[in-house]
Design a binder for this molecule. Structure first.
Ligand code: B12
Ligand code: SF4
Ligand code: SF4
Length: 400
């Protein structure tokens, strides 16, 4: 078996759903597209993103000068929600059906994007690539791995290597498998045989553009980062603007709507069970929001330290939980949110106040007035004031 075939069959045996090979030439077209998006402000808000990064990421030989080829890999992850659950999606009117009634116990639940439901994928993929690195290095070739946070345009590499095609939701779609895959590359000096890009496209479908609740997909294949729920709930540190909060619905980490609706994801080939097992014990896809609000630093660390959710830290996740509770708007959540007005983090207190304003009622009103009487943080005080106005001068009596 020659080296190209050996690499590909080993990658499949390691659980990768698809593998393709492309030259180490720069990704000129993708570089121009990414530079244009950056200049147009569509990548704004990502503090670690820059035009310099775009240019460096488009050139595999930048950090591996003797690179001849790029091995592009796609690794599956379990999709928590299938296209069949689309009737539960937020409607265009912005109303969010409560995913679980309080009557069924435990209060409202939030949603976590599927890719984050296990061990942090950066670690899983790097581990899985090790035998391929060894194989190349034993034959005297250099080899360097990239997964997501490395300076590499992952989707451009995968598309040119024929692993899949770029969908209108900007994700890479693998034929027969869909977009629930994570991408990684090995840049190597090995002169492997290259693959051709696929001649596939989304055709006339535009379901993802229509389902996006924030209008983040501003044109086919073009995402405005500042409108994407994934950006706000994962990448953004600090306060989430008032106009964005209602659009986030019950997502507390990431967003999968433009993938869940995708017909290519409707009947994916069953992913390799061992590949999925590498993610370890799963994190609940729809956790109870009120319970998450009670997490202190130590419990947050124990629960999420090994997962992608660690990225938001406790304050960021609880901020998202408050927003989801405000959107689901179940008045039974008032006591949990009222307690969050005492959270040590102003970020959590301010978003809890906003959520209480959305829920309204006399108990919410009283809790906000009490918080305002002792709150020292200027922004949290402003949020309490706005929330009191939202509740109305004399709140409508309610059961709680
Ligand atoms: C920055 C980033 C984000 C940002 C911005 C996303 C974006 N679209 O750029 C935010 C935080 C919003 C984000 C969200 C998500 N991300 Co992200 N993200 C990245 C990162 C680090 C860089 C992406 C990038 O280069 N953007 C620059 C823009 C300009 O490139 P682009 O949008 O990909 O544009 C290409 C295509 O759209 C295409 N194109 C251009 N014009 C046109 C026109 C048409 C008609 C078409 C069809 C295509 C097309 O060419 C462009 C250049 O290649 C990559 C990892 C990496 N190192 O590459 C992961 C990555 C793209 N993310 C990933 C994932 C899983 C997600 C989420 C699904 C997570 C979630 N569930 O919440 C969402 C999906 C949101 C979405 N619809 O894209 C995976 C995607 C896997 C896949 N199957 O494609 C990646 C590859 C990480 C990985 N290693 O697996 N992400
Ligand atoms: S991830 Fe969500 S918010 Fe972002 S583009 Fe897709 S549907 Fe829109
Ligand atoms: S929903 Fe339709 S348009 Fe969007 S990525 Fe999937 S196939 Fe392409």
């Amino acid at each position: 078996m020659d080296l190209t075939e050996a690499v590909k069959s080993r990658a499949k045996a390691l659980g990768f759903s698809a593998v393709g090979i492309t030259s180490a030439d720069p990704f000129a077209e993708a570089e121009a597209a990414a530079a244009r998006r950056t200049a147009d402000g569509l990548m704004d808000g990502l503090t670690w993103w820059s035009e310099a990064r775009v240019h460096a990421s488009a050139d595999p030989q930048r950090s591996t000068p003797d690179a001849r080829t790029v091995i592009a890999l796609a690794y599956p992850y379990p999709a928590a929600n299938s296209p069949s659950s689309i009737e539960e999606f937020p409607s265009a009117t912005g109303e969010f059906p409560s995913p679980s009634g309080r009557g069924q116990g435990g209060g409202p639940r939030g949603r976590i994007a599927s890719y984050a439901l296990g061990r942090d994928y950066h670690e899983v993929l790097v581990e899985r690539m090790q035998p391929l690195l060894t194989m190349l290095r034993e034959r005297g070739y250099t080899a360097k791995t990239y997964v997501d946070h490395g300076w590499m345009l992952d989707r451009a590499a995968a598309a040119r290597a024929g692993v899949g095609w770029l969908g209108k939701n900007t994700n890479l779609l693998v034929p027969g498998i869909g977009s629930n895959v994570l991408l990684a590359e090995i840049v190597t000096s090995a002169p492997l045989e290259t693959d051709a890009p696929l001649k596939k496209s989304c055709g006339g479908c535009d379901a993802c553009l229509r389902v996006c609740p924030t209008g983040a997909l501003v044109a086919p294949g073009v995402l405005d980062n500042r409108r994407c729920i994934s950006f706000w709930t994962i990448e953004h540190r600090g306060i989430i603007p008032l106009d964005i909060r209602p659009m986030i619905g019950d997502w507390i980490f990431g967003c999968d709507l433009c993938q869940e609706i995708c017909p290519v994801n409707a009947r994916p080939a069953a992913p390799d069970a061992t590949a999925l097992a590498a993610f370890g014990p799963g994190i609940e896809a729809r956790p109870r929001l009120e319970e998450l609000l009670t997490l202190d630093d130590a419990r947050f660390r124990r629960r999420f330290r090994e997962s992608a959710l660690w990225r938001t830290r406790r304050a960021g996740l609880l901020r998202n939980v408050c927003i989801a509770l405000g959107n689901v708007a179940d008045r039974g959540s008032v006591p949990a949110l009222a307690s969050a007005l005492n959270d040590p983090e102003p970020l959590v207190r301010g978003h809890a106040a906003w959520a209480l304003g959305r829920l309204g009622g006399t108990t919410a009103h009283a809790a906000l007035e009490e918080a305002l009487s002792r709150e020292a943080d200027a922004w949290v005080r402003d949020e309490c004031g706005l929330a009191l106005k939202a509740c109305g001068p004399r709140a409508v009596p309610s059961a709680v």
